[in-house]
Write a protein that binds this ligand. Structure first.
Ligand code: FE2
Length: 141
């Protein structure tokens, strides 16, 4: 999961660049904030590892492999990796110790929200009828 959180951070940094290329500057800022959040998730895992007597590895991240860099493609890519990470946490939970499960409940709440937002954004794009400027307004701070 730690590797996936770091990969998600890397993905969002790249996706922010893609959003900038589409002139979706609010979406760009949203993705940049998401990248920061993913790093915080990694730190939560790191701190839990440290508190329970082990050290988290820092794995290499891969270049995001995005075949479709349209807005729809970007949003589908986010949905896919956020939902996959939720499934990974779900799968790991039953195998974990009670202490780890108590910690994982917090991570599952965070990841459920992340996956839910990603799915919402796919629907939001459809609701905006593919009008980039209209879609981007939804990410204004
Ligand atoms: Fe995360």
């Amino acid at each position: 999961m730690a590797a996936s959180e770091l990969q998600a951070r890397q993905n969002y940094i790249y996706l922010a660049n893609c959003a900038q290329k589409h002139a979706l500057f609010n979406l760009q800022a949203y993705f940049e904030a998401e990248a920061d959040s993913e790093q915080e998730h990694y730190y939560k895992l790191r701190d839990f590892a440290n508190d329970t007597g082990w050290e988290l590895e820092t794995s290499a991240v891969e270049e995001p492999d995005l075949e479709d860099e349209s807005v729809k493609g970007i949003l589908a890519y986010v949905e896919a990796f956020e939902v996959q990470l939720l499934k990974d946490y779900d799968r790991f939970y039953p195998k974990a110790s009670p202490t780890t499960q108590a910690f994982l409940v917090k991570m599952l709440k965070i990841q459920t929200k992340g996956a839910g937002e990603a799915m919402d954004n796919v629907r939001l794009w459809e609701t905006c009828n593919g009008i980039p400027a209209l879609f981007d307004q939804n990410f204004k701070k």
